[in-house]
Design a protein around this ligand. Sequence first.
Ligand code: UD1
Ligand code: CA
Length: 475
Amino acid sequence: MTDSRLAVIVLAAGQGTRMKSATPKVLHLLAGLPIVAHVLATARELDAAKVIAVVRHERDRVAEAVTAALPHAVLVDQDEVPGTGRAVELALEALPAGFDGDVLVLNGDVPLLDAATLRGFLAAHRAEGAPATVLTAILADPTGYGRIVRASDGAFERIVEQRDATDDELALDEVNAGVYAFGLSGLRDHLASLRTDNSQGEKYLTDIVGVLRAAGSSVSAMPVAEPWLVEGINDRAQLSDAAARLNALIVRGWQLAGVTVQDPATTWIDLTVTLAPDVELLPGVQLKGATTVATGAVIGPDTTLVDCEIGEAAVVKRTDGTLAVIGRGATVGPFAYLRPGTDLAEDGKIGTFVETKNAKIGAGSKVPHLSYIGDTEVGVGANVGAGTITANYDGVDKHRTVIGSHVRTGSHNVFVAPVRIGDGAYTGAGTVVRKDVPAGSLALNVAPQRNIEGWVGANRPGTDAAKAADESGNK
Ligand code: UD1
Ligand code: CA
């Protein structure tokens, strides 16, 4: 049910300089989704009356990701005044006139925080009745975070940023998690009074706490149970730490749902992937995007699948695939490269060192070895010989190859498209098929073999080859 007394503000306007990236920090991917999308997903779960996202750096790209993650989020543009305080100040202007509830502020770069923790935090804030509550964490290494400064009686006093802290303050290990709950009344006025006389020349939201205290209000702090929940992502080291943490949770979730994962440390599963019970994932598997795997399928080792659909009991070994559909009981690999539009029907086979693209391969048909099959349709029960190439590209346009049902093509064939092989036809080894082959025929175009007897002895006398031939009696 919608919490009509709750508004959530997600801060996503910063550049993220410490990422040293052309991509805005909050758009870097974590388990297949932009960092900020994780924060928005949590905001959605809280069912707030309003979710506001503040954007500025690479505005359009970030706005697009925000809208994709949460279509009803309201976008607010930050102006040239920098700082998290300014971001919140502008966000408040987007609140409906009559709104008078709590404002939950979330940093757009703290992606692991879950809705259950935030619900507990909000409940504590509401029970306490303080004008502001700050989520804190005790970190073994607090470097980079704002430190929580407490009075000698333990009461919450203020937050000091790493760059503005004294040595004594830097030694404090309780940090600001970047998550705050405020009562709306009063927040507006106090935000307007924030100054920019700090090392970064920014309006720090964190100063609001000291301002409220100075105005005689109490501020409460709630430490989070598990510090990793509030780890922020500022650089690429923190990005990979968070990715590993989230992946471990995702893998564990699938294990509890009945998926065998042999080696969680080398198995990477995007949040957007769907797996059925009794799927088996061998070491070195990456499943990405909209990939789905049906029950009984075995994936890996060393397989990457992006947006693929894998059928029941299929086996996909040492394969790289994108936008491919693999049917029930089919086998793929080892060492297959499945490009977009690959569609292998049930019990089919795409074997070793085979590349496929826009290839619809019928039930029970096999392409077992060393082939390139592109812009091709294969009927049912066909066998495509080892070393087959569909020559689909004439240098300008792509053309189709159609291979009928129950066809047997010889090894080392080239199908020069457009070309069509009728049902039940055969082709000889080494055939370059340039013309259609009628159903039931055998196509051959290789010149008859000629043996010139004694050629090696006459032309390569004294070589090991000549000696070997001699010893065998030249038979
Ligand atoms: C911030 C806190 C710090 C806290 C840490 C927790 C401040 C001043 N400091 O530091 O106390 O320990 O988070 O992770 O708030 N943003 C804007 N507009 C801006 C600047 C930033 O929207 O003008 C957004 C960023 O996109 C980011 C978030 O606010 O999502 C936090 O900004 P960041 O620069 O990462 O702050 P920290 O230095 O991590
Ligand atoms: Ca940060």
